[in-house]
Design a binder for this molecule. Sequence first.
Ligand code: NDP
Ligand code: HSE
Length: 428
Amino acid sequence: MTTPLRLGIAGLGTVGTGTVKIVQRMANRLTARAGRPIAISAVSARTRDKNRGVSLSAYAWEDDPVALATRDDVDVFVELMGGSDGPALAATRAALKAGKHVVTANKAMLAIHGQELAELAEAQGVTIRFEAAVAGGIPVIKALGESLAANQVTRVLGVMNGTCNYILTRMESAGLTYDEVFAEADALGYLEADPTLDVGGIDAGHKLALLAALAFGTQVDFKGIEIEGIEQVSIEDIEQAADMGFRIKLLGVAQMTGRGLEQRMSPCLVPATSPLGQLEGATNMVVLEGDAVRRIVLSGPGAGEGPTASAVMGDVMDLARGLRLPVFGQPATTLLPAASAVAAGAAPFYLRMRLQDKPGALAKIAAVLGDEGISIDRMRQREHTEPSATVLIVTHKATRAAIDAAIGGMRGTGVLVDEPVAIRIEDV
Ligand code: NDP
Ligand code: HSE
């Protein structure tokens, strides 16, 4: 019998138990496909006597994930605890130092410590695989790092947080406010323990940072991402945007520009008829654009026990088959530090404002936009009965700085009833 690949799994929550279930349920098929058995030697979690709905009696138990990571009978340390630092980082470092490969779903850890860990792995002659860390079950790391390895990637964009997409699409379909749907998402167990990771765009930002490193051969640069969450998206904007043929998505975009690497995660308008505009519920979608391939759209479940464990086990199978790739697609020491493009390039913007309904109000707004060099593409004023009117404007391409300057100018006109809203329209 060929030598088994022996796993040590730290973290037996949603993803960890899902992974154990696949190893148990698929044992024969995994052996056939990998050419060797996949065995679990030992597991670790915080609480030993918790019922996890899966039998763990055949595996050794370690209270300490570092001890698990360095066991002699572990070839691959599977880190499924989460958290950017703490035990996940300590155990991952220990595993690499002990010459073990690492498979992880932990985007937070890699977004902050990815470069250091990749260098450590390569110095030790081992690797780190992280398919599950970005977009759950969607094989986007494999697509970008392997299938598209011969492309000059021009842009990576997508919806990478299922919870936010659920909230935004549910607000639109049910006509509910952000607070109402947030409470629903909480009750359904969709939110991370710290919900600001989801709705603040941080979780999706972690994922974008990993994709950008792979796509552009740069060091992971989470701090270089301009991040804005969905907390301020109102049902009014969702409805008005829909009326103008758009949907609002928490969209991540990474592209290499003449000014450096542009990385942003923010609510954007996309055409309602585009694949991203059609994306419903907690599904993720990633669009990859390259000079040779042109454009690939991948979509599927971005979270959950089965999809995420599927990605973890895909990585384990690659290791079992002997595939050893550099963590971020090329040797870590050749990855360039990312020069950050400090502000995103120009784009059309959606503006919503409430104006006093009096002669010359609209002319004053148009004049302010003109003063900032912003040209109006479309404009709409809704039928109304109150003494104020909601006006929607879609601009031609403008920078965020020009839009902000125009909003500043609008405040001085005396015709605004409240603060205008400006949302970028992304070319997807
Ligand atoms: P859970 O919260 O469900 O599980 C975390 C597990 O880690 C638990 O078993 C917990 O132990 C264990 N753990 C936590 N701290 C320690 C510690 N100090 N020592 C030992 N064990 C510890 O998390 P998930 O399974 O949802 O997520 C795991 C990872 O996968 C995270 O990095 C997450 O971001 C990522 N991920 C998750 C997805 C999902 O759909 N859930 C999707 C994509 C990625 P105990 O059970 O005893 O409390
Ligand atoms: N909180 C994440 C999401 C889980 O909603 O997409 C998967 O990373």
